[in-house]
Design a protein around this ligand. Structure first.
Ligand SMILES: Cc1ncc(C[n+]2csc(CCOP(=O)(O)OP(=O)(O)O)c2C)c(N)n1
Ligand SMILES: [Mg+2]
Length: 325
């Protein structure tokens, strides 16, 4: 079932925005303005935008280390997300978190941390809370092909399946964990079989097809909301850049990179808008120019914002009250 014209246009705008957002982050990570490690999701926009589009505002979202795009689409003002990545005091977390620790509980973006697989455990908490409190909120957790090999993932899948917790395992199979291809790290040809091993309904889809992502996640979310338990969705995609911004990624054959760039999810959606819904080149270019202006404003805000004050470095680190023994 194809998406309606207006909805496809909306997700195209989302995808175009996060593509440009990430390209700006890439540029300012390369010139040393952004501190620390940055992991980009260029090429994976359909997974990021599609999953968020299929969810409700009150659903819990656990992004991963490559999750700027999903985070910027959860409802938080994207300029506060960009400022956070630039480690500025105006960032959504006061510049204390940076690229890997952006959270906003108002929109139920539960954030990430440096430990791969950790959110596979913590996501069970919000999913259990939904069951306990009898709400219909689902929990979506992003994880990669490499992370799936963490022992904690077995525990997560096992408990979610046994207790029928409303967890959507959004497995972004971008085919590499740092420099290791997933075929060299897993015996299975298709990683969805991890879910099947725990009797979790699981599927593999084209992760560059945003319509397929939205439709699949929406169906899985509906089942989870109705108490039918978790689902695992393996989304096949590719990261265009190296593992982190600055990694030359010499471990990947050039032809492989070129073949996946030819399957650009942003271009595909743009083409669908033109071919299936009659949008003109001029109309889309005008829409893109508007988004470019938004991105320029986010960048200006991020660059001009102050860094957190050095004398406040320990604020939020220690509790400011006596704790009763
Ligand atoms: C427990 C743990 N082990 C190792 C690492 C180092 N590390 C960070 S990202 C990563 C690869 C993750 O690969 P994948 O899950 O496929 O996600 P991708 O980077 O491809 O999006 C590794 C090994 C870590 N952060 N935490
Ligand atoms: Mg990967």
């Amino acid at each position: 079932m194809a998406l309606a014209k207006e909805r496809l246009l909306k997700v195209y705008k989302d995808m175009f925005m996060i593509r440009r957002f990430e390209e700006v982050i890439q540029e300012y990570a390369a010139n040393g303005t952004i501190p620390g490690f940055v992991h980009l999701s260029i090429g994976q926009e359909a997974c990021q935008a599609g999953v968020v589009e299929a969810l409700q505002r009150t659903d819990y979202k656990f992004p991963d280390h490559r999750g700027h795009g999903a985070i910027a689409l959860c409802g938080t003002d994207p300029k506060l997300v960009m400022a956070e990545i630039f480690a500025k005091a105006t960032g959504i977390n006061g510049g204390r978190g940076g690229s890997m620790h952006v959270n906003d509980l108002e929109y139920r973006n539960m954030g990430f941390n440096g430990i791969q697989g950790s959110t596979m455990v913590t996501c069970l908490g919000t999913a259990f809370a939904s069951v306990y409190n009898k709400t219909k909120d689902v929990t979506a957790v992003f994880l990669g092909d490499g992370t799936l090999g963490e022992g904690a993932c077995h525990e997560s899948l096992n408990l979610a399946a046994t207790w029928k917790l409303p967890v959507l395992y959004c497995l972004v199979n971008n085919q590499y964990a740092i420099s290791t291809n997933y075929h060299d790290a897993h015996p299975q040809q298709e990683l969805k079989t991890w879910g099947e091993g725990y009797e979790i309904p699981s599927c593999r889809i084209d992760g560059n097809d945003v319509e397929a992502v939205i439709e699949t996640v929406e169906v899985a979310a509906e089942h989870a909301r109705n108490g039918e338990g978790p689902a695992l969705i393996e989304m096949m995609t590719y990261r265009w850049q190296g593992h982190f911004a600055g990694d030359p990624a010499a471990y990947r054959p050039e032809e492989e990179v070129a073949a996946w760039k030819a399957k650009d999810p942003v271009k595909k959606t743009r083409g669908d808008l033109m071919q299936k819904h009659g949008f003109s080149e001029e109309a889309l270019t005008a829409i893109e120019a508007g988004i470019e202006a938004d991105i320029a404003e986010m960048l200006r805000f991020s660059l001009e914002s102050p860094a957190p004050k050095i004398e406040e470095a320990l604020t939020f680190v220690y509790a400011d009250r006596e704790v009763e023994a």
